[in-house]
Design a protein around this ligand. Structure first.
Ligand SMILES: [Zn+2]
Length: 247
């Protein structure tokens, strides 16, 4: 049974394997933001069906960024149902796998003795972490303001974790979906609460820190991260905590 938390009206947080997906609802229509690992497709579909909807009800799918733990169900539903996939203009080539900005197995070998690494690697291997995945016809957002999709998410460029990472702001609900620009927990971190990911995951550490500036100015008191639970605090406070912990 997939647990789905309604973190704000018509904004749902569901869990894949150590990673989050978000579903926005507008009447019968849905937007999916991120899609877990390839092995999380069933869980994401279960979350959609628990809302009395089907994957075909999605009018579009959004990637915060093109890491495999965020692309699983998105690639699958795109293939099965032809639902369009949108991301930041800079991230499109990454989603197409013209290049890869993600840590791979060899990056973790020197870390195997560290907190949480081995059980996490075994867990994610079972859900397809080592598979190669791409969305060949991912598209750039049509506009920079609210997107013409259920929930009207507003992209917020937060380049750093990947070169074209995007958060999504829902101004009408005071919600920000931060993806991996800011998380609240991770199996490789002993800390709970707003933080950056362990640096092995970030393509550009300095840019990841700078990108926090773009989050801090948003009007939002519900923070929905790519990893860890939603937290209910002003995003500026969450950013400050993440900054402190990254020092
Ligand atoms: Zn990532």
């Amino acid at each position: 049974m997939t647990t789905v938390e309604e973190v704000a009206p018509d904004v749902f947080l569901a869990a894949g394997t150590d990673v989050n997906v978000v579903i926005l609802r507008d009447g019968d229509a849905l937007t999916l933001i991120d899609g877990g690992y390839p092995g999380d497709v069933g869980a994401v579909e279960g979350a959609i069906r628990s809302l009395g909807r089907a994957p075909e009800d999605m009018q579009g799918m959004l990637l915060t960024h093109a890491h495999i733990d965020h692309m699983g169900a998105i690639a699958a539903f795109h293939e099965r149902y032809g639902i369009p996939v949108f991301t930041d203009p800079t991230e499109v080539a990454h989603a197409r796998r013209d290049y890869l900005e993600q840590a791979t197995g060899k990056d973790f070998i020197p870390m195997l003795h560290k907190y949480g690494v081995l059980p996490w690697l075994l867990r994610i291997a079972r859900v397809g972490a080592t598979r190669s995945l791409s969305v060949g016809d991912a598209q750039a957002f049509a506009s920079s303001g609210p997107l013409d999709l259920p929930g009207a998410p507003v992209p917020v460029a937060t380049h750093g974790h990947t070169s074209g990472h995007s958060a999504y702001h829902l101004p009408q609900h005071g919600v920000v979906i931060t993806g991996d620009a800011l998380v609240t927990a991770h199996p490789l971190s002993k800390v709970r609460g707003p933080q950056l990911l362990p640096k092995v995951f970030d393509h550009g550490k300095q840019d990841t820190v700078s990108a926090l500036d773009h989050l801090a100015v948003l009007d939002a008191e519900t923070v929905v991260p790519g990893h860890g639970p939603a937290v209910f605090m002003p995003i500026a406070v969450a950013v400050e905590q993440a900054r402190e912990r990254s020092r």
